[in-house]
Design a protein around this ligand. Structure first.
Ligand code: F6R
Length: 613
């Protein structure tokens, strides 16, 4: 959470920083601020979005060829002007931006207060800048040395950038468990939480590693040392593949809608070079090296959060159904704190769009330390999770900017489907003919996604009918159960309607008590197996006068007759249905949120990349 931008070079820093902050606003939008070096340090910060900051700085002195900026998702201290970053040291000499949490801020603060430091905000970040000041002034250290010593006393996660008014040509940045990227331009340098603010200026980037400190100045360039003071003599320079168009709305009202519509292409990108139905093969590069270990695994653990956890559940159904390996799906946040049994025979799959989710990262580190093989299914190239895994596969969905995950979900499910099929083929757990049938159908999925998207006007119409309901239930069985969970999450996170996903048969053990003529019940009824059972579940809802919105397979007559509204999706093999059936649910939540005048791309209290535990 929180977005960081820094610039040093020959251009004016402010416009570059503000544009970069807008690109990072998906990471948090409680407050924004900038600090500009121009002989003296000028700091401007404001509660609200980056646009509020721009308004606030109208007419101010914004010149300076070096500066830092921050967009905040509040952890310590409410979102207000004072708690906004950048924070300044007591002597006014230093200024800092920070993403992460300083866990031991309280004892450090108490010790600093004893030394006479006075704090103005409620943030953990302010403690860090005072600590750097204290160390710097006591021993008259250079900025980078004071930062290094201060960080060795800190427990927690951070990506920071610090400037010192007495060293006006230098920026010092560091990271631990929070991402930070350095962009290398022609006589200029950029810093950011991810590459999106950097790509329009340069394609050359260095991803800082944990516990590395970057010192950037125009005369000496980029120098990197570790917190334990070892020099990193030749950091690896990566070439960005990101394109600017991927970061624009491209005519859509919201990124979320654009991303929903991109799914035919993103699923095809995920499959490209990995699957060929005509020649009858599936090949996942990431698996190859560990093929033996994976196919012989006695169990697979999947760790993830939120939407990625839902795709993990579909992964469980797929891998157990097709490859016959027992799978357990864990909330990453619970996994590491419940002393799970993990050993060197286990395969742990981490699923993460951002590749930066703190809980998932921490769960992986624990599993890795216990000898498990760690496999990553990640979207953001070069992200922390992608870099700590033994092996993995990118889903190639491109930047997902809407806070509600859509195309990353279908990318993850597509990847898990290929994985299950690849293992099944290797183990011989499904027949050759079924394998071929699934490949043939899989190749049709991108075209079928385009077919599904044609339901958009109808979904918009249905949205109008239910947009004022305070609650909604989502029901599904088998492969459609995790889809129900995902549909409910999409609705609640962007439209603030309370929604629950349930296995359809579980409804009669409790939630059925909620059903009356005011309760919309979305039923994902695309199953071929247990079809009659889901018909019964729909009858049970109707008998209690619930409003049924059913997602069915085209040509379905039975449920269409009972439900109030039906949305048809093309027929496909059952293990592939989640890739299609989730799309009407994404559209439903989108239209309802728009009708309720919610900010679809930046829902309240949320941030795209949850880099705090
Ligand atoms: C919901 C959503 C979140 C994320 C979760 C995990 O739409 O986006 O629930 O899925 O925060 O994030 P990643 O996948 O980046 O680890």
């Amino acid at each position: 959470m929180c977005g960081i931008v820094g610039y040093i070079g020959k251009q004016e820093a402010y416009p570059i920083i503000v544009k970069g902050l807008k690109r990072l606003e998906y990471r948090g939008y409680d407050s924004a601020g900038v600090a500009l070096m121009n002989g003296t340090l000028n700091v401007y910060k404001k509660k609200g979005k980056v646009a509020d900051l721009e308004h606030y700085t109208d007419g101010a002195n914004l010149s300076g060829k070096m500066g830092i900026g921050h967009t905040r998702w509040a952890t310590h201290g409410e979102p207000n002007d004072v708690n906004a970053h950048p924070h300044r040291s007591g002597n006014g000499r230093l200024t800092i931006i920070h993403n992460g949490i300083i866990e031991n801020y309280a004892p450090i603060k108490a010790a600093l207060q004893k030394e006479g430091h006075v704090f103005v905000s409620d943030t953990d970040t302010e403690v860090l800048v005072h600590l750097i000041e204290e160390i710097q002034s006591k021993d008259d250290l250079a900025l980078e040395e004071a930062v290094r010593v201060a960080l060795s006393k800190v427990v927690g996660a951070y990506a920071i950038v610090v400037m010192d008014a007495q060293e006006p040509n230098k920026m010092v940045a560091a990271r631990k468990a929070s991402p930070l990227v350095v962009g290398i331009g022609d006589g200029e340098y950029f810093l950011a939480s991810d590459a999106t603010p950097i790509v329009e200026h340069t394609k050359q980037v260095v991803y800082l590693n944990d516990e590395e400190i970057a010192v950037i100045s125009l005369d000496k360039g980029l120098k990197i040392r570790t917190i334990s003071n070892e020099e990193i003599s030749s950091p690896t320079i990566h070439e960005l593949e990101l394109k600017i168009e991927q970061l624009e709305k491209g005519g859509y009202d919201y990124f979320m809608l654009k991303e929903i519509y991109e799914q035919s292409g993103t699923i095809a990108d995920c499959m490209r070079g990995r699957l060929n139905a005509e020649e009858g093969w599936i090949k996942l590069g990431g698996i190859d090296e560990y093929k033996n270990r994976i196919t012989k695994a006695e169990r697979i653990l999947i760790v993830a959060c939120g939407t990625s956890w839902h795709s993990g559940l579909i992964g469980e159904y797929l891998i157990e159904d097709l490859a016959r390996i027992p799978v357990e799906v864990e909330y990453a946040s619970e996994f590491r704190y419940r002393n799970p049994v993990i050993n060197e025979n286990d395969i742990v799959i981490a699923i993460s769009q951002s590749g930066e989710t703190a809980d998932t990262l921490a769960a992986l580190e624990m599993a890795k330390s216990r000898g498990a093989l760690i496999y990553g299914i990640v979207n953001v190239v070069g992200s922390s999770i992608a870099r700590i895994t033994h092996a993995g596969s990118y889903i190639h969905a491109g930047p997902e900017i809407g806070v509600a995950s859509t195309k990353a979900f279908t990318g993850q499910v597509a990847l898990l489907t290929m994985m299950a099929l690849a293992i099944a083929k290797e183990k011989g757990t499904i027949s050759e003919s079924y394998f071929q049938q699934l490949l043939n159908e899989f190749e049709q999925i991108p075209a079928k996604v385009n077919e599904v998207l044609k339901c958009d006007p109808q979904v918009k119409y249905i949205s109008k009918e239910i947009k004022d309901s305070p609650n909604a239930l989502y029901l599904g069985r088998g492969y459609s159960f995790p889809v129900a969970l995902e549909g409910a999450l999409k609705l609640k996170e962007i439209s603030y309607i309370h929604a629950e996903g349930y296995p359809a048969a579980e409804m009669k053990h409790g939630p059925i008590a909620l059903i009356d003529e005011n309760m919309p019940v979305v039923v994902i009824a695309t199953n071929k197996s247990a079809y009659e059972k889901i018909v019964s579940n729909v009858q049970e809802v109707k008998a209690r006068k619930g409003i049924v919105i059913a997602v069915v397979t085209e040509g379905d007559k039975v449920i269409s007759d009972i439900a109030d509204y039906t949305i048809e999706i093309p027929d496909t093999e059952e293990p592939l249905t989640p890739l299609l059936s989730v799309i009407p649910l994404q559209l439903l939540s989108y239209h309802i949120a728009v009708m309720r005048e919610c900010n679809v791309d930046q829902p309240r209290n949320l941030a795209k990349s949850v880099t705090v535990e």
